[in-house]
Design a protein around this ligand. Structure first.
Ligand SMILES: *Cc1c(COP(=O)(O)O)cnc(C)c1O
Length: 431
């Protein structure tokens, strides 16, 4: 029995309707910007394998760092103990952010980094004898992960409708994305701010925090809003003394053109969530950063005042060592240059699509991320498009009819442009 047949007997895949989904593609190996199947076919990974890979697959420097670390210290309990890779990784990130975020709490993935931020926010108020603050504010459509807290703030994402009744109450603010209709963006921004103001006037002393994806909503369809809008909204929230959480699980580590999206904004969060690119796509790891002021609120003689949260693999040394090496690669000037080249190549890609298709719209770019919509009435467009891409040797995974590219930084302009030509052809083929 071959691998895919065995898989069908044994495994249950994420976000997959197994009745209608065909067999999964078995991947034998990966190198650089490509993954390879057992027949030797290559697939250019244009979505960084669910937004995690930064420097290409099986990068030897990261692989070596993990191997070296595994021979020295593979894991140790992180309560009461520490180790160099965790301290080093946290120090690098804290130094780069150079804002008020001075404390790092490790966990295992994006969802847990969000849970940690929300629990810290709630307990911050609890410790300050304001336990009435149990509401969270977030954007409609925002996606923050699949655990219950993350699902609750992401209720309007459409990913978790089955579980709505188990989710806690959250106050939502509309997300005025730029591309839906450029002419009305100011109006929609004003409306969003008005909704936020209404929530604040009704619930000011019941709200613990706002949690948002800064600048771009990922899973909602790569929706971008204006910097000035985020600054206005956060300014408003701050003026009421409510905590601000930025979920940079997707935007972190260079995706938006700067190392972190927050570096493009004139406002700062009290808590910041990281994961995905943190290890260069090698191992799962989450990191939640907090201000010193928040951290101080958890100090006291009573254990109950402390943050009673942790995971078995908290700050796993292998993951942290991968993170340190990936960070060093990210800081190299050639990587920074590559990030800029991806952005300019995306602009050329838009021209290719505009010249060779006539049912695409809303072209947008933020750093290394490019997205657009295909206007189609075919309910199976998404599935057909993915399949055609594989036949053409590219790995893409549109969100409904939103096609996006989020390549590793090691992708070359030649590879990207060739992919854009293939994408244009496939869109024409499916029309
Ligand atoms: C992917 C994602 C998460 C969840 O991360 P997981 O590692 O998949 O749990 C949270 N927030 C944002 C913005 C994400 O893109």
């Amino acid at each position: 029995m071959n691998l895919t047949e065995l898989d069908q007997q044994l495994l249950w895949h994420p976000f997959t309707q197994h009745q209608t989904m065909g067999l999964p593609l078995a991947i034998a190996s990966a190198k650089g910007n490509y993954v390879y199947d057992y027949a030797g076919n290559s697939y250019l990974d244009l979505i960084s394998s669910w937004w995690v890979n930064l420097h290409g697959h099986a990068h030897p420097a990261i692989a070596k760092a993990i191997y070296k670390q595994a021979l020295r210290l593979e894991h140790v309990i992180f309560a009461g103990f520490t180790h160099a890779p965790a301290v080093q990784l946290c120090e690098m990130i804290v130094k780069e952010l150079s804002n008020n975020l001075t404390r790092g709490f490790f966990s295992d993935n994006g969802s847990t980094s969000v849970e940690v931020a929300m629990k810290i926010a709630y307990q911050y108020w609890y410790n300050r004898k304001q336990s009435a603050r149990k509401l969270f504010l977030s954007f409609s459509g925002g996606y923050h992960g699949d655990t219950f807290g993350a699902m609750s703030i992401g209720q309007k994402s459409g990913f978790h409708n089955v579980f709505t009744k188990l989710c806690f109450e959250v106050l939502f603010v509309p997300f005025p994305d730029l591309h839906t209709d450029n002419d009305t963006v100011e109006l929609r921004e004003q409306q969003a701010l008005k909704v936020a103001e209404e929530h604040l006037s009704k619930h000011q002393y019941s709200i613990a925090a706002i949690i948002i994806e800064p600048l771009i909503q990922g899973a909602a369809g790569m929706k971008i809003c204006r910097h000035s809008f985020i600054e206005q909204l956060i300014g408003l929230i701050r003026s009421k003394g409510i905590l601000v959480i930025f979920d940079e699980v997707m935007t972190g580590f260079g995706r938006t053109g700067t190392t972190f999206a927050v570096q493009q904004l004139k406002v700062e969060p009290d808590l910041l969530c990281l994961s995905k690119g943190i290890t260069g796509g090698f191992l799962p790891l989450g990191l939640t950063l907090a201000t010193e002021e928040i951290y101080q609120t958890f100090l006291g003689s009573d254990l109950q005042v402390a943050f009673m949260h942790g995971h078995s693999y908290t700050a796993n040394p292998l993951a942290c060592a991968a993170g340190v090496k990936s960070w060093q690669l990210l800081q190299q000037s050639k990587t920074q240059q590559a990030i800029k080249i991806i952005e300019t190549t995306h602009r050329q890609g838009i021209k290719i699509l505009q010249e060779n298709t006539n049912n695409c719209s809303n072209f947008r770019i933020l750093g290394t991320i490019m997205a657009f919509e295909v206007n189609t009435t075919d309910p199976n467009f998404n599935q057909k498009f993915k399949q055609e891409c594989l036949l053409q040797g590219i790995l893409l995974r549109p969100l409904n009819n939103t096609i996006y590219l989020m390549p590793p930084y090691s992708v070359t302009a030649v590879e990207l442009l060739s992919a854009y030509h293939k994408i244009a052809k496939i869109i024409e083929l499916l029309r």
